[in-house]
Every structure is written in C-alpha cells, then in structure tokens.
Design a protein around this ligand. Structure first.
Ligand SMILES: Cc1cc2nc3c(=O)[nH]c(=O)nc-3n(C[C@H](O)[C@H](O)[C@H](O)COP(=O)(O)O)c2cc1C
Length: 241
C-alpha cells in the first residue's frame, strides 16, 4: 500500500472532474468516430458491438470485454438490484455469454429471475453499450469448449471457490485450493464443475452510446425480439442524451 498520509497529491475535487466527449479528432488527438447513426447498425447490433470491443482492444483498454452485470434478487422486502463485473466470453447474434458459478449470488439470482442487464463501458473512447434481456444457461457442450481454453489454475479455482459464500480466512481459502490441486494431481483434463457454466443474455434491447460535445451525445437503442436474430426484424430508435 502506498503511504497515503504523506502523499503530496492535492485533495480530489470530484465535482470538478469532467471530460468533454467528442472533441475533434485531429492529428494530435486521434479519437474514435463519434457520428454514430442508424447506418452503423446496418448489419445488426452484434457486428457493431464486436467492432467497438476491437477498437477498445486497439486503444489498449484493460479488459475490453468486461461488463457490469445487473441482476435482480427477490427479497421479503421486494426486488433488489445487484451489480458486479464479468467478462463477455461469447458474442453472436444470439446474445452475449459470460461464465460463472451457478451457486454464486448472481447464479442464484438468475435462476430465480432469469433477466439481466450488462453494460460495457470504455471511458477513453467515450462509449458504452448496454445489453438487456432474458437469460438462459448455455448448452453444456458450449461451456465445455470454453472450459478447455481456461488455464489449469483458473479451472482449479472454479473447483476450489464456493463463490459468494463467506470464508473464515485467507488461509482457509488457500487450503481449499490446495485440496483441489491435490485432488486433480495426475488428471490431465479437469472436468467442468457441476456448479459452473455459461449464461447467455438474449438481447431485448441493446443501447449504443457515443459521447459528443456539450453532452449532446448519440444514443441508439436497438429493439429486438429475444431469440430472433433476423436483422430485418430489429428496430432502431434514437434517444435523447
Ligand atoms: C474485470 C473483472 C472480471 C471478472 N470476470 C468475472 C467472470 O467472468 N465471472 C465471474 O464469475 N466473476 C468475475 N469477476 C468477479 C465478479 O465481479 C464477482 O466478484 C463474482 O463473480 C461474485 O459475484 P456475485 O457474488 O455477485 O455472484 C470479475 C471481476 C472483475 C473485476
């Protein structure tokens, strides 16, 4: 940890922090195109989201496929939202896929209320995309393919962690990992844990947001019938910023 008490960094003025989006992309300030309009969606929402993730990757954004995932928890005092970050690990006209523990807080919330909203944000590009719609588990064969691509350490971690449950100490967590490492010693292909797999968000809406000057941003919302991947069936509307 840095020694914050002796730091000479001036006090943060959070209210004064602001960025002007869509400043002209001149030679000295190469930036993304900002004139987002309906023509960008001619081939559907999926190619545009793919392009934006590619451009975020080129801009050296860390985890350009990270998305903040909102789920709904049903409680005695009514439904409550919860958010956390996950990585988009599959993108197709069918929707966006992420992988997690089915027994985690989010896994249980999605089992009871299979609907989610996920936002990818790339502040350096002045862009965000929100995908919202019903959620279903992906086929075990699809999970298997992705599982095989994961490093062995991540596979062991998925076995060792009872995600979202309290644990007495770091030492206890390390002990669980050691136990799984020993359990799978000599096993070449670690199997997919029964409590682990992918969820697919089938978009009902996908909103593309591109920041522009004076807060007059471009917002395009694509309306879809979940499960219908026909580009001709999608509708696009412009929203006020
Ligand atoms: C950049 C980033 C990527 C993450 N990716 C995943 C992921 O793909 N799957 C996952 O289960 N958790 C991922 N996490 C951890 C989650 O944010 C979260 O802590 C965990 O899934 C438990 O969430 P829950 O208790 O709400 O179920 C990621 C965290 C960060 C910061």
């Amino acid at each position: 940890m840095r020694d914050l008490e002796n730091s000479v960094v001036p006090a943060l003025d959070i209210a004064a922090m602001r960025v002007e989006y869509g400043v002209d992309a001149g030679e000295n300030h190469p930036g993304p195109e900002t004139d987002l309009d309906e023509t960008w969606l001619a081939d559907g929402w999926e190619p545009l989201l793919r392009t934006w993730i590619e451009q975020a990757t080129s801009a050296l954004v860390a985890d350009p496929n990270a998305m903040v995932l909102a789920t709904v928890e049903q409680t005695d005092s009514g439904p409550k939202p919860a958010t956390r970050t996950v990585l988009c690990k599959g993108l197709s006209p069918e929707g966006v896929t992420f992988y997690t523990n089915f027994e985690s807080f989010k896994g249980r919330a999605l089992t009871v209320t299979p609907y989610a909203s996920a936002t990818l944000v790339w502040p350096v590009l002045g862009r965000q995309v929100t995908v919202r719609g019903p959620v279903r588990r992906v086929a075990p064969e699809v999970t298997e393919v992705y599982w095989r691509s994961r490093p062995r350490g991540s596979q062991l971690g998925a076995w060792a962690s009872n995600q979202s449950r309290p644990v007495a100490s770091r030492a206890e967590l390390d002990r669980q990992m050691l136990e799984m490492t020993e359990r799978f010693t000599g096993v070449d292909e670690i199997p997919v844990p029964p409590h682990w797999g992918g969820f697919l968000i089938q978009p009902e809406t996908v909103e593309f947001w591109q920041g522009r000057r004076s807060r007059m941003h471009n917002r395009l919302r694509v309306l879809l019938e979940p499960g219908n991947t026909d580009v001709a069936a999608m509708k696009v509307e412009r929203l006020q910023p």
